[in-house]
Design a binder for this molecule. Structure first.
Ligand SMILES: Nc1nc2c(ncn2[C@@H]2O[C@H](COP(=O)(O)OP(=O)(O)OP(=O)(O)O)[C@@H](O)[C@H]2O)c(=O)[nH]1
Ligand SMILES: [Mg+2]
Length: 343
């Protein structure tokens, strides 16, 4: 059962005077009392209208949606955050659906899938195409299908948010959150939601080509620590491909025309070797990252179990034994240990 007292609704806004009042009132009607509007210094009446509707209003110290979200979470004292846009494209009556997996203990991060019930006119064809490409690229690079990683309707625990290392200033924040959730093993679920069109009188802050380009670049940059085989390997394969093309041309010219292209042959050889080296480097980095992640997740699980043990007085380390792979029950292990050694 969702406990609204434990939830803060976070609404980042920039010039959303046309809609912010109805957004805040919508969440109030659903019983939410803690509503934080994090404004980016709107030049219209957004701040005043949000405050009049009963929200706490803060102005971010930097700029961009990403910076606003990161700063806002530091100001929130509730353990759960429900994040929505201020443009009335998400429905407050679907808040319960977003929060249920967190309160049921099923997830720490919830993404609302806008494609599940996209209303006509809610997303331009270009944005829909861009979103699909980005979701595919995310699945391919980061190995998890999250359906709609750029969705602005999200619910998460503040504890899990703090585990993520986020640095995006603008619209890259959703991408970063999705990648970091995979990286830090944050239990994430996707729930279907409705996506409404922006009312005619409100204006988008999104610039599809610039913001889309930044998001794709960020996805690629984040592959460095999440999927280094792709990060280095993709450039390696490209370089190797150029090398093979050059070698084929040089070979053809020599065999059929009797012309030797020394410089091109050298360049082709270098490109091929460089490509091969990058792929090898990617394979090695992948090994290191995988084993490092496994250890980190293991350490986190152990520390969670120890923390739980401190609360309940029973410590059970349900971890596979390093060498044998057998699970060790720490309660049993400490019983078997003579008391004088157990201090
Ligand atoms: N605080 C803050 N909020 C911002 C900033 N830029 C955008 N936002 C808010 O972030 C939310 C999402 O931005 P939108 O412009 O709706 O982006 P979008 O949903 O991807 O694009 P649309 O399809 O046009 O709605 C909205 O509530 C904006 O007001 C910013 O610089 N600072
Ligand atoms: Mg929007």
């Amino acid at each position: 059962m969702v406990d609204v007292e434990k939830v803060c609704v976070l609404v980042p806004t920039y010039n959303e005077a046309a809609t912010i009042q109805s957004v805040v009132e919508g969440f109030k009607e659903q019983g939410f009392e803690h509503i934080l509007v994090m404004d980016g210094g709107s030049s219209d009446d957004t701040q005043q209208l949000a405050a009049d509707a009963g929200a706490r209003v803060e102005e971010q110290s930097g700029s961009g949606k990403g910076q606003a979200v990161r700063e806002a979470v530091t100001l929130i004292s509730q353990p759960v955050v429900l994040m929505a846009d201020g443009d009335s494209t998400y429905r407050a009556d679907e808040a319960e659906r977003m929060l249920a997996p967190i309160f049921d203990g099923e997830a720490e991060h919830v993404i609302g899938d806008r494609f599940a019930n996209m209303q006509p006119g809610a997303m331009t064809r270009l944005n829909r195409f861009g979103n699909r490409m980005i979701n595919r690229a995310f699945g391919f690079i980061h190995g998890q299908r999250l359906t709609d990683i750029l969705s602005g309707y999200r619910a998460f625990t503040t504890e899990s948010f703090q585990r993520l290392s986020l640095s995006a200033q603008g619209f890259g924040i959703e991408t970063e959150m999705a990648v970091e959730c995979v990286k830090h093993d944050v239990r994430t679920v996707v729930v279907p939601i409705t996506y409404e069109p922006r009312p005619d009188e409100s204006e988008t802050n999104l610039r599809p080509f610039r913001d889309g380009g930044n998001i794709i670049l960020r996805l690629y940059q984040m592959a460095k620590t999440n999927n280094p085989l792709f990060y280095f390997g993709s450039i390696g394969v490209l370089s190797g491909f150029v090398g093979v093309l050059l070698a084929a041309y040089v070979g053809y010219a020599w065999v059929f025309n009797g012309v030797a292209h020394d410089v091109l042959a050298l360049a082709g050889g270098v490109a091929l070797l460089f490509g091969l080296q990058l792929v090898m480097f990617g394979v090695l980095s992948d090994l290191i990252v995988t084993s490092n992640q496994r250890q980190q997740n293991r350490l986190r699980r152990i520390s969670e179990q120890l923390e739980k043990g401190e609360e309940t007085g029973v410590t059970t380390l349900n971890e596979p034994h390093l060498e044998t792979g057998e699970r060790v029950d720490a309660a049993e292990a400490s019983e078997a240990t003579p008391p004088e050694q157990n201090q």
